[in-house]
Design a protein around this ligand. Structure first.
Ligand code: S3P
Length: 436
């Protein structure tokens, strides 16, 4: 795709459903009794991978393109898959499903795309092994024709589940995927399972599982879950994804004479750090019509063109905006002064190494970014010019640099624009709707 001139953007839009919440609706519905209805489900490739994995585990799931019906079979109703479970590009599917599979009396084998096969799984193998599950990784070069054992800690791997012990796990990283995998395994434990994180990560699992009837308590950065609850199917309405809204927040703030209303966005405080960061940069942002939907805080976000300035982002803020850092980096490139991002080493193990991919692409456009081990320093205010963007198949890189390209001089091209289907299939059409 080529993007050429600078434009103004006006109007209203609703971004697709939240990815984290959509995944959890399917997973928790599958292990609950009776019907779960998920509306405004994100029909992106990642969440569709979750549906197909649970179908292979024997759960009937109907998807009419917006509403999904999950015919749950209870905590012990899954059946052994006859094939390798393919999670595609989805780390959330892989890590959370592993927690559930750890509690099953059968073996399952999981695999995914080239990016997934590089992502670290030791972070879930360690706690789930302490609970009693067994993991074996396979050399992806020989897989699936031949299964050659490897000591790497990546997919493809087999998990042998069974009766689990309870643990109190002190996680070395603030990761909702790790926390959720342990809490889900804790449903099959022999006592109360607890997870303490260094900093609280997104708490959708705690909120939604409690709505399904789990006994779960959270205080500060510790969550505790009681085993063998009777989970009952629920109606879940998924709010718009703040991670997808982030591109339109950036677009509205940096584009001249623009005003965008993003409706129905989840603003859970464990996810809304992009708002705090944008406000700290001088962004003109208001939250309207605040309400609670399916246990999650929701609001409409009004964004207007702003003169941004640099800021410092780090510490306990990082888990609240980890997926939005590529979009924040684009805002920072258009801000006066420096933006310094620290404590974000997790960026190195996302769908791409986002410290490297943001740095490479912003510098190719004439930006001034210095990468560090755990973040980056962005000196803003340099005029950006079009460039050839290398997405590394990372949806968030493709979307962030589309926003940059729309505000750069000259032409910006992309090696792969279709990777946006992972989380936002209608991204380009939605941008066009705001063009005037
Ligand atoms: C997610 C948690 C985050 C986030 C990912 C979705 C989730 O990952 O980056 O896109 O749904 O739990 P980590 O928990 O590994 O930080």
């Amino acid at each position: 795709m080529e993007i050429t001139t600078k434009h103004s953007f006006h109007g209203e839009l609703s971004v697709p459903g939240d990815k984290s919440i959509s995944h959890r609706g399917i997973m928790f519905g599958a292990i609950s009794n009776g019907l779960t209805e998920v509306t405004n489900f994100l029909q992106g490739a990642d969440c569709l991978s979750t549906i197909s994995c649970f179908q292979q585990l024997g759960i009937p799931i109907e998807n009419d393109g917006s509403r999904v019906l999950v015919h749950g079979k209870g905590l012990h109703g899954l059946s052994a898959p006859s094939q390798v479970l393919d999670v595609g590009n989805s780390g959330t599917t892989l890590r959370l499903i592993s927690g559930i599979l750890a509690g099953q009396s059968f073996q399952s084998t999981l695999n995914g795309d080239a990016s997934i096969r590089k992502r670290p799984m030791k972070r879930i193998f360690v706690p789930l092994s302490k609970m009693g599950a067994r993991f074996q990784c396979w050399d992806s070069g020989h897989f699936p024709e031949h299964r050659k054992k490897t000591s790497s800690d990546c997919a493809p791997f087999t998990v042998q589940g069974g009766k689990l012990n309870h643990v109190h796990y002190y996680s070395p990283i603030a990761s909702a995927q790790v926390k959720s995998a342990i809490l889900l395994a804790g449903l099959y434990g022999d006592g109360i399972t607890k997870v303490t994180e260094p900093v609280l990560s997104r708490n959708h699992t705690e909120l939604m599982l409690s709505g399904f009837g789990a006994d779960i308590l959270s205080a500060d950065a510790t969550a505790a879950i009681w085993p063998e609850p009777k989970l009952e199917g629920q109606a879940i309405h998924v709010p718009g994804d703040i991670s997808s809204a982030a591109y339109f927040i950036a677009l509205g703030l940096i584009s001249p004479n623009s005003e965008i209303l993003i409706q129905n966005v989840g603003v859970n405080p464990t996810r809304s750090g992009v708002l705090t960061a944008a406000l700290a940069m001088g962004g003109n942002i208001s939250l309207l019509n605040k309400r609670t939907v399916s246990g999650e805080p929701v609001a409409d976000i009004l964004v207007k063109s702003s003169s941004l300035h640099g800021t410092a982002i780090g510490g306990s803020q990082i888990p609240t905006l980890i997926d939005e850092i590529p979009a924040i980096a684009i805002m920072a490139a258009f801000a006066e002064g420096s933006t310094i991002i620290t404590d974000a080493q997790e960026l190195r193990v996302k769908e791409s190494d986002r410290i490297a991919t943001v740095t490479e692409n912003l510098n190719a456009m004439g930006g001034d970014v210095t990468p560090t081990e755990d973040g980056m320093a962005i000196r803003g205010g340099k005029p950006l010019h079009g460039a050839q963007i290398k997405t590394y198949g990372d949806h968030r890189i493709a979307m962030s640099f589309t926003i940059a390209g729309l505000n750069a001089d000259g032409e910006t091209t992309f090696d792969d624009r279709d990777c946006v289907t992972v989380s936002y299939p209608s991204f380009y059409e939605d941008i066009k709707k705001l063009l005037n």
